[in-house]
Ligand binder design. Structure first.
Ligand SMILES: Cc1cc2nc3c(=O)[nH]c(=O)nc-3n(C[C@H](O)[C@H](O)[C@H](O)COP(=O)(O)OP(=O)(O)OC[C@H]3O[C@@H](n4cnc5c(N)ncnc54)[C@H](O)[C@@H]3O)c2cc1C
Length: 417
């Protein structure tokens, strides 16, 4: 980066923390608007692989405008079926994934998370964006005219604006608003994600096993030797032991699933051995304001909706597009943050609300909820009736129309080199 944090002919300098979905999307658009962009990422590289995520509704317009929609379509998994199992392992019903998620067939995309992040990252390589990998912000000092930042590894630097795109447990949010607890809304579940061999020969499909309060999901992202496995359990409050270390998290999950039927013992065993295991609570982020002074937040760090909404990636893409556009058309960052939030908040909150309808269907906590799920599945299969969570969500996915910021684009410099 330049000594003064700016380049001649460029708008002001922006530091983005996080290089996953929101970060590179924001970086791409800011660069297209002529900003001088630096991205700091804790990991050594942009992470590939991962579970399936979705790009739906308004977010499809974002990736289309970025010119990567055809590549996303090529990576579309095209899951065909979800099979729901009862506590004894018997089949309760089968539905198409769209009936659960509200995805629009032929338009919305389901792809491995790493494919999306790699595509977004590759796109930003064509722009003059500086990445600081294996690094993290240590301190932020906003004096009203600029933000002084110190890093774990890199030299301190002054930026005009800092944006946190560093996820559910955002470091930037902690630095400007304090610890996570007041902003985190726990949704009553804890989950473990890991991969294991495709011992069932699944292809383009998922199996969702449920006994009240305990759930196992296996997903095959296409024709693959590997399954993405999730073991989720209901808990009134987040278990304290599980926040400690991996060993206690693995042990706690084994205890929670002791005596549960179907193939669950095999999954628990695989979880004990998995080297890509991660554990977290299912939670959302709700903040009264997404910015403070010259520091703003986007994606999960500002409005995480949880995987129960299925919309985290999509609203991260849309939020990044709008934030970049508002920074481009407003001279003053605080004004830009205010209009970004005004446009984005209703959309983010409507998508966060989708988590409620998905939960009792996918993760029934009681016999009554399990029976209601089974009745809906039976009704759907017998007469095509029976309400599915996806029925209402499709309109929410597309409930925001993207503003047009094209007047703020700077002419593209020859990108051939
Ligand atoms: C199990 C699971 C299933 C999901 N399923 C779906 C789904 O079906 N559909 C869907 O749309 N969404 C789904 N999601 C949600 C989706 O993954 C997130 O909403 C989305 O990734 C948010 O993007 P983001 O860029 O805001 O944050 P993240 O993807 O969380 O990225 C944050 C980035 O910041 C980096 N970072 C963290 N701390 C620091 C630091 N201190 N300094 C620098 N960098 C840092 C991280 O390494 C990471 O690269 C799921 C999530 C989970 C966990």
């Amino acid at each position: 980066m330049d000594d003064d944090g700016s380049q001649s002919g460029r708008r002001f300098s922006v530091l983005i923390s996080g290089a996953s979905i929101a970060g590179p999307t924001l970086a791409y658009w800011l660069s297209r608007y002529g900003f001088n962009v630096t991205v700091v990422e804790r990991s050594e590289a942009v992470r590939g692989g991962g579970y399936a995520i979705d790009v739906r509704g308004t977010a499809v317009d974002v990736v289309d405008q970025m010119g990567i929609y055809p590549q996303l379509q090529a990576a579309h998994i095209g899951s065909r079926e979800i099979t729901f199992l009862n506590p004894d392992g018997d089949v309760a019903g089968r539905i198409r994934p769209e009936e659960l998620t509200g995805s629009e067939e032929g338009r919305d995309i389901e792809l491995p998370r790493g494919n999306l992040t790699e595509l977004l990252f590759a796109l930003t390589q064509r722009e003059s964006i500086q990445y600081l990998f294996n690094d993290s912000i240590e301190s932020i000092k906003d004096d009203g005219n600029g933000v002084d930042v110190t890093f774990k590894n890199s030299e301190p630097h002054r930026f005009d604006v800092v944006i946190g795109a560093d996820g559910l447990h955002s470091n930037t949010r902690r630095l400007i608003f304090g610890p996570e607890e007041p902003f985190s809304r726990y949704l009553g579940y804890c989950f473990n994600g890991f991969t294991m061999p495709n011992f069932l020969g699944l292809s383009h499909e998922s199996i969702a096993f449920a006994t009240p309060g305990r759930f196992a999901v296996l997903s095959a992202s296409g024709d693959t030797d590997t399954l993405h496995a999730f073991l989720t359990f209901a808990s009134e409050a987040p278990p304290i032991t599980a926040s400690q270390d991996e060993k206690s998290q693995r042990r706690l999950t084994a205890e929670m699933f002791a005596g549960v039927g179907w193939e669950v013992p095999r999954l628990v065993d695989a979880l004990q051995k998995a080297d890509d295991f991660y554990y977290d609570v299912v939670s959302q982020i709700h903040l009264e304001q997404w910015s403070k002074g010259r520091v703003g937040l986007v994606g999960d760090s500002a409005f995480a909706p949880s995987f129960l909404s299925g919309q985290g990636s999509s609203i991260a893409l849309v939020g990044a597009y709008i934030l970049a556009g508002e920074l481009a058309i407003n001279q003053d960052p605080t004004r830009a943050f205010a209009s970004y939030e005004k446009l984005m908040r209703p959309f983010a909150e409507a998508n966060q609300a989708l988590a409620g309808s998905g939960a009792s269907f996918l993760l029934p906590r009681t016999e009554d909820e399990l029976n209601a799920r089974n009745r809906a599945l039976a009704g759907r299969q017998a007469q095509g009736s029976g309400t599915m969570p996806g029925d209402d969500s499709r309109t929410v996915h597309s409930s925001l129309r993207l503003p047009d910021y094209s007047a703020a684009l700077v002419p593209e410099i020859d990108g051939s080199d």
